[in-house]
Ligand binder design. Structure first.
Ligand SMILES: Nc1ncnc2c1ncn2[C@@H]1O[C@H](COP(=O)(O)OP(=O)(O)O)[C@@H](O)[C@H]1O
Ligand SMILES: [Mg+2]
Length: 252
């Protein structure tokens, strides 16, 4: 697929397949198109050419005898329910309790009964280590706790694909690990995940595959171990050298 913003090519013939239960990390410098890629997958941006399929179903359009026709908003909303995105800025509803933040979408968009949504919500909050915060409001939580609520909320709708756009970038350094551990737990449990991240250790250890983007193109797409141990392009070699230098400075 390709995506332009005016003159600017944000995605340039990106061709990518993500398999069920796979965890794919998306790396690259700022402005390389990482957010645009996951936002297009989540149907938050329209693509200019190409196509996106989920479980073999074309997203956003239907095929008619005269070509492609844009789906109605309601049909798009139904398709989008099979994906969940976790953003850098948690985007929780401030006037709702933690539990309600997690139970609302399953009830409203997915038709779960209140009792079932509550059961699922409590289970997920326990899973992310927040059983004692179910009745708190987002502002009473740390950033790391809020992001774990946002992850529980994303999982609560049982999406086919979980999308993450720099989920730890807004967090104080000491809160990053608790969120990465929660994501690792999801990865191990067999979720399909696309994760835009600057956390190289997470990408190396948790993801199955890593993608490196530059100028809207996928420059490398390889199993994680090869990606880090044997980068093929000069661009990725430079990126990895610079990033590991920065992270060693940050932890010093
Ligand atoms: N809504 C937008 N309008 C105009 N340009 C945009 C918009 N969103 C992103 N871009 C541009 O598209 C390019 C890719 O952006 P983005 O996908 O956000 O990169 P990344 O997430 O890798 O930092 C950048 O040059 C950015 O400035
Ligand atoms: Mg981005």
């Amino acid at each position: 697929m390709s995506k332009h913003f005016g003159e600017l090519t944000a995605l340039d013939n990106v061709d990518l397949t993500v398999y069920e239960r796979e965890v794919v990390a998306i790396l690259g410098r700022s402005g390389s198109g990482k957010s645009t890629l996951v936002r297009c997958v989540d149907q938050l941006e329209e693509i200019d050419s190409g196509a996106i399929y989920l479980d073999g179903e074309l997203l956003g359009y239907e095929r008619t005898s005269s070509g492609l026709r844009t789906l109605s908003d309601s049909a798009r909303r139904i398709q989008r329910r099979r994906m969940s995105m976790v953003f850098q800025q948690f985007n929780l509803f401030p006037h709702w309790t933690v539990l309600r933040n997690v139970t609302e979408a399953p009830m409203v968009a997915h038709g779960l009964s209140r009792a079932d949504a509550r059961r699922r919500g409590l289970e997920l909050l326990e899973r992310v280590g927040l059983s004692d915060k179910t009745h708190a409001y987002p502002r009473q939580l740390s950033g790391g706790q809020q992001q774990r609520v946002a992850i529980a909320r994303a999982v609560a709708v049982e999406p086919r694909v979980l999308l993450f756009d720099e989920p730890t970038s807004a967090l104080d350094p000491e809160l990053v690990d608790e969120v990465l551990r929660t994501m690792q737990d999801l990865a191990v449990s067999g979720r399909t995940m696309m994760v835009v991240t600057h956390e190289l250790e997470f990408a190396r250890q948790v993801s199955d595959r890593c993608i490196f983007m530059a100028d809207g193109r996928i420059v490398e797409d390889r199993p994680s171990q090869e990606f880090f141990e044997d980068p093929q392009s000069e661009e990725l070699r430079t990126f990895l050298a610079r990033s590991s230098h920065q992270s060693s400075r940050a932890s010093a």
